[in-house]
Design a protein around this ligand. Structure first.
Ligand code: DX5
Ligand code: ZN
Length: 232
């Protein structure tokens, strides 16, 4: 991608953090230069894993986290939890179109509450779900792994899909963020940025890379991400 004016945001996924000390982990990763906290919500129904819910999102806000919280809902049904995450202080709320019977309504629920709304596309889910809602999304999230677990490998076919999503966003003229989630590492983030992404979720790559000198910091890996992005 040649648009060098695009701003890049790094969104560590706390799925790979130490849950026993989550508040401190979030503080540490933000102090290390992260922009957004990616919050993976799994229900053991839509995806085969069970993680965290709105109470923990609210607890992070009460702990003092003021950075944007990006709630990625891998749940079915979605509408009830959308309400709960609005109340819990989420900034972005994204959901999978297959998991909502009324996609337009779910997007509207999020927007009406003043939160930013997004749709998430699994590797085999077509972007055509966007056809009639480009004016109702603030974020498009492409999954580059099948959802449910951290630590999987990036699916290369997602690069073409990113280019297509970027074309759609540019054609719309709207300030929609293009987020990528799954298998993002220091050695592929530049290529992912060139394909059009501007918001990068990274779970295992960040939380497995504590600074050796200071175990409360993750700034070396975040700096490496930014160095790669500066060259993208
Ligand atoms: C997977 C989650 C991801 C996951 C990414 O379903 O949506 O956010 O935490 O983890 P890594 O970066 O390890 O692939
Ligand atoms: Zn996610």
């Amino acid at each position: 991608m040649t648009d060098t004016t695009r701003d890049f945001l790094i969104a560590p996924s706390i799925l790979s953090a130490d849950f026993a000390r989550l508040g401190a982990e979030v503080d540490d990763v933000l102090a290390s230069g992260a922009d957004i906290i990616h919050f993976d919500v799994m229900d053991n129904h839509y995806v085969p894993n069970l993680t965290i819910g709105p109470m923990l999102c609210e607890a992070l806000r009460k702990h003092g986290v003021s950075a944007p919280i990006d709630a990625h809902l891998m749940v079915r049904p979605v509408d009830r939890l959308i309400g709960d995450f609005i109340d819990a202080g989420a900034s972005y709320i994204t959901f999978h179109p297959e998991a909502s019977d009324h996609i337009d309504r779910s997007l509207q629920l999020i927007r009406d509450a003043g939160c930013r709304a997004g749709l998430v596309f699994n590797p085999a889910t077509p972007l055509s779900y966007l056809d009639y809602v480009m004016d109702k999304v603030d974020m498009i999230l492409l999954m580059s792994v099948n959802p449910g677990f951290g630590g999987q490998s990036f699916i290369p076919g997602t690069l073409d899909k990113l280019r297509e999503a970027r074309r759609r966003i540019d054609a719309s003229g709207r300030p929609i963020r293009l987020e990528i989630d799954g298998g993002v590492k220091v050695d592929n983030i530049a290529e992912i940025a060139r394909a059009g992404a501007d918001t990068f979720v990274a779970g295992s790559a960040v939380f497995k890379a504590r600074n050796e000198a200071d175990p409360h910091r993750y700034d070396s890996v975040i700096r490496e991400f930014r160095d790669q992005l500066a060259r993208a």
